[in-house]
Structure formats: C-alpha cells, structure tokens
Design a protein around this ligand. Structure first.
Ligand SMILES: *Cc1c(COP(=O)(O)O)cnc(C)c1O
Length: 394
C-alpha cells in the first residue's frame, strides 16, 4: 500500500466548490493586490490567533525578513536563534546583515533549549552601556525561537530571558499556527506571545495556500502600520518611501483561498492529533518506545485543545537511515526534517562553528524521521505504517 507523507487531494475535494468560487470572485473583480479578500483574511486570522493585528505577506520567509527589516536589525547586530529549524529561520537573519547566533535544542521537544540559551548568555555575553554584547563584540538585539513540528517552545522562559536582557522577541511560528502554550497568566496561541509572530502558508503547512503566502501578527498598532508599509516598499503616502522595505505583499487570490480554509483549521489540527495518538498508542502497545523516541506532549495536561498541532509526527532512531529504507521499500514515504543543523549548513561555514558545538541538534539531524501525517490519512494507512515499523524492529 502506498502511503504518502502528505496528500492534499482529500482536502481539495472537500472544499473545491468554495475555493473555486472564492478565486472566481477575485478574477471577476480584477483586484489582485491589497484588495478586500486580504482585508477579510487578515481580520479573520488576527481574531483566530488572538492578536491585535495581522499583516498578510508573500511567504513565511518574507514574514521573518520583513519583521527584521522593519525593526532595523542589521549590520553589527547579532540575533539569537535555534540551531535546528528550517533554513529560513537563520537565513533571514543573515540577509539583513546581522549575525545569527545558534543555540542547542532540547532533545525531547526539538525546540531551542532555555538552559543552553541561559548558559550562552552567562558564559559569553556581558552588558556594555545597557547593551548585551557577545564574545565577538556584536550587540545581541533579538531572540528568534521557532515552534518546531507544531509544538510551542517554552515561551515563559523566552519571555523571561528577553525581558532580562532587553531583547526583541520574534516567534517563528511557521509550523505552529493555532498551537497553544500555557503562558503564565493564561493560554496563548503561537505567534502572539512576543513582539511579532511569523507564519507560513506554504502549501504543505497545516494551513496551506495555493502557492506562497505568509503572515505577521503583532499587538502593537504602530508596528503593524510599519509592517504594512514594509511589505509595500516602505511606502507611506503614494510613492513616498519612508524606509526601505520590499514587495512582501500577499496576493489577493491566496487571501481568498486562505479565507475559505481558515475555519477548518481547528478540525484539521484535531484530526492530526488523532493520527498522532494512534501512532503513539500503537508504538507503546507494541513496546516500541524503547526502540524509537516518540514525540512528547509537554502541555497536554494543561487544559489546552491545540497543545500540539502535529505539523509533523517525528520519531527518532539510531537506525534512522535503515528504517527509512525499509519503509521506502514498502511504499511508505517519510522525510528528514532536517538532515543538517543550521550551523552545519555550508553557507554558514563563515560563522566558524564546528562539529560538536550543538550535540543535540546534530543528533536530531542524524536520528529524526517524520512519518506520514495529515487529517485525511486513513486508519488503514496508519496501521500499515505502524506494522511496517514494528516489522523492522522485530
Ligand atoms: C516553512 C517555514 C518557514 C518559511 O516559510 P515559507 O513560506 O516557505 O517561506 C520558516 N520557518 C519555518 C520553521 C518553516 O517551517
């Protein structure tokens, strides 16, 4: 039986009439840029996330880039981020001329480790004239954690650390739209616990566009206005450019499609959790949790619905590559997110990191394996995946 990692066919079949009607409306109106569908979607997305403002942009990457540009982060600045994420998290920091500073991850959640972060700050950073300066004499201005695989990182710790050191806090929430976190003082959704949250609507994300699209959410109205200018070349009054931004606008057609899909997101996330529960229950029942490390759910007992939205269901094994081959031979697609930690990327060689600097990120890169997961994945397929993994370890 062929099992794909992700198959969006079922979702499209269920929504095709509405999706076509919404795109037809845009085509008939001939309003393709900054039109009413975008305004509608931004209002719906802000309400869904619980953010004061939402600004539609051209991709998740551009969300990160535009936020850094709007905050005037650049040359001479250093930005702390995780050593294990999709490339864009680190790439955007470099693109604005700043230096990424990587921090190792927690081996259970794959998210940035607050302990490792505190250790770095204590060991290598000191305050100079109220600024935080690192061992390379760069000023650390911001902290950009990512919520990997649909699970929020420890935002209580991130917020505390950002406050202690007066850092701008930006969430890379590209994989975590709707994911909740038990914040001190009440639950909050990914992207809304910081100065700015960045989302991606890349087609394979939990909420996917028909192409590239992204979103920035924030609470501060002035920053929201600056983001709206930033996505439009920093333009205030017509052809008067207040600062250098870019063309980071979300297309009207994408906004129309996302507007149709957004009301279904919570059901899809619930269905993903069901798939995850089946996998986890079965692996435990078969005694496999000693052979493979299963995803953790640190916030499951905190009364949150979307405590994990399972953008990916990631297991780990020291025999990852053999297991992957075994599954491929049985027509089960899997993926490795990600085979290289950020400090191992060729383009970041100039930063001078070496093997062993972030042992947990490096180990995750060697051992992680993402299994098929999407809302419409049949129970039969789930069972087949479990059976084939059990067969491998038997
Ligand atoms: C997908 C993703 C991005 C980039 O989003 P795009 O829309 O593909 O540009 C950034 N960060 C993370 C963690 C992602 O998963």
């Amino acid at each position: 039986m062929r099992v794909r990692l992700l198959d969006l066919g079922g979702q499209y079949a269920a929504l095709s009439k509405e999706l076509r009607a919404a795109t037809d409306e845009v085509l008939s109106s001939q309003r393709f840029i900054l039109g009413p569908k975008l305004v509608q979607f931004e209002a719906a997305a802000a309400a869904y996330c619980g953010a004061g403002h939402a600004i539609g942009v051209s991709s998740g990457t551009d969300a990160l880039l535009a936020v850094l540009m709007a905050l005037e982060i650049g040359l001479g600045d250093a930005v702390i981020t995780t050593s294990y994420s999709f490339f864009a998290t680190g790439g955007c920091i470099t693109r604005v001329g700043a230096t990424p500073v990587f921090i190792d991850i927690d081996p259970n959640t794959y998210n940035i480790s607050p302990t490792a972060l505190r250790r770095y700050l204590e060991k290598f950073c000191h305050a100079v004239d109220g600024k935080l300066v690192n061992e390379n004499q760069q000023t650390i201005v911001a902290l950009v954690p990512a919520h990997l695989f649909g699970l929020c990182c420890d935002m209580n710790e991130m917020i505390a650390i950002a406050r202690e050191h007066n850092l701008i806090l930006i969430e890379d929430a590209a994989q975590a739209i709707g994911a909740e976190f038990p914040l001190q003082g009440g639950a909050a959704k990914a992207g809304t616990m910081s100065d700015a949250g960045c989302f991606s609507f890349y087609p394979s994300k939990n909420l996917g566009a028909a192409g590239d699209a992204g979103l920035v959410v924030c609470h501060n109205e002035r920053f929201a206005e600056r983001m709206r200018q930033c996505r439009h070349h920093g333009m205030g009054a017509q052809y008067r450019h207040e600062f250098v931004g870019g063309n980071f606008r979300m297309d009207e057609i994408q906004a129309a499609i996302l507007g149709v899909k957004l009301p279904h997101l919570d059901n899809w996330s619930a269905a993903r959790r069901q798939v995850a529960k089946f996998y986890t229950d079965e692996f435990r029942r078969l005694g496999l949790e000693k052979k493979i490390q299963l995803p953790v759910e640190p916030y499951a007992e905190r009364g949150l619905t979307n405590h994990h939205i399972y953008h990916q269901y990631v297991i780990r094994s020291q025999r990852r590559d053999e297991l992957r081959k075994h599954l491929a031979e049985r027509e089960i697609d899997t993926a490795v997110y990600y085979p290289l930690a950020l400090h191992e990327q060729p383009c970041f060689e100039y930063l001078g990191y070496k093997a062993g600097d972030f042992p947990e990120a490096e180990r995750a890169a060697r051992e992680n394996l993402a299994l098929p997961i999407y809302p419409e994945l049949s129970r039969e397929s789930q069972q087949y995946v479990v059976n084939c993994i059990a067969e491998f370890f038997s």
